[in-house]
Design a binder for this molecule. Sequence first.
Ligand SMILES: Nc1ncnc2c1ncn2[C@@H]1O[C@H](COP(=O)(O)OP(=O)(O)OP(=O)(O)O)[C@@H](O)[C@H]1O
Ligand SMILES: [Mg+2]
Length: 387
Amino acid sequence: MLEHPSHLNPEASRTRELRQQHFKAHLSLSLRMFSPNGGSSQHKEPLMAQPHLQALVAEDLIKTYPGGRGKPQVRALDGLSFTAEAGTIFGLLGPNGAGKSTTAKILSTLSRADSGTALVAGVDVARHPDRVRRTIGFVAQKPVSDPTATGRENLVLAGRLQGMPARDARVRASDLLDRFSLTDASDRLVKTYSGGMARKLDVAIGLMHRPQVLFLDEPTTGLDPEARSEMWAELEAMARIEQMTVLLTTHYLDEADRLANRLAIVDHGRVVAHGTPNELKDGLRGDSVIVELAPDARPESALSAMANVAGLRELTADGRTVRARADAGRSALPRVLAALEDAALQVASATVARPSLDDVYLQHTGRTFAAGQKSPILSSESEENAA
Ligand SMILES: Nc1ncnc2c1ncn2[C@@H]1O[C@H](COP(=O)(O)OP(=O)(O)OP(=O)(O)O)[C@@H](O)[C@H]1O
Ligand SMILES: [Mg+2]
């Protein structure tokens, strides 16, 4: 029997297929580099005219690391897949160790997957790492700037390393310093910068050579709330002005909610949910009922008491916080409080809220975001009690 060569190597065939599929995206991205139009899109609107084009594709990525000292291997990525449209901010949201940095490193050619396919602007990262490197910027989770040089010197050096002529590098550096409100500090040594200023400089360094795709690994981790919201504003403006695709990894729910056009929630090396922040939240029916128990009240007893309340479902307890979903939270809350009182359980506070990304995370992983990789302390279902 005659066989097409692709049958002999289905993985190579799949890669070819994906590359053909994304060739147009690459072409469009290249042409966009020469477009005189500045970005004028509203926040969270895809920045490109053809938002269906995919700038990033991760398909069934698997990555294991040696465990070390006779320990078992760590399966950092366990079949992770997602696609990000050109000109959008795509968020990878997940707790510590979920596999976010590993994914960013594979897509940016800093690490190799054991198997699976990773494409940037239609180019296979494993086959053409040099081509991919020319199109991307990478802002690592850890600081990259030289603390003993000034902000301006760091930027110019980064530009020169990327092959920019000296004059272009100086002009671009001034432009970015201005954009990130660092002009006043531009000639000071970076070691005198605040955490927020240093982080903004890291982002500016990643932008020097006008990448088509920027990888931002936890841009605001460790920043105080004021510096974080300043950074968010700068990142929003930056994505608009530069018209590029951004892969943002974060373990802040509010950051993903605010910045990402679309996001994938990553847990244990897999995508457990994806969509726009609103789609993910809308996928949850009803309100969250959150009860904070008094210190001497046992969560197990609260779960049993609440299991008998009509209209409640998806009961979980995390420490002394007991959560449930209810179609009509306001009317369920008095019944919850009455049930807890009947069981002689004291309540510190009780709230009803619209679904948050935290609820989405809980729904897909069975744990709250704060609990991260920890197992849920208690969990119970009361589906049968749903009205
Ligand atoms: N070089 C390495 N050697 C061994 N294990 C590694 C290495 N890099 C990552 N890992 C492991 O792979 C898993 C995924 O790590 P990764 O850094 O991708 O997670 P992350 O989602 O970025 O977490 P964080 O939010 O803490 O940055 C973790 O269990 C981590 O310990
Ligand atoms: Mg990380």
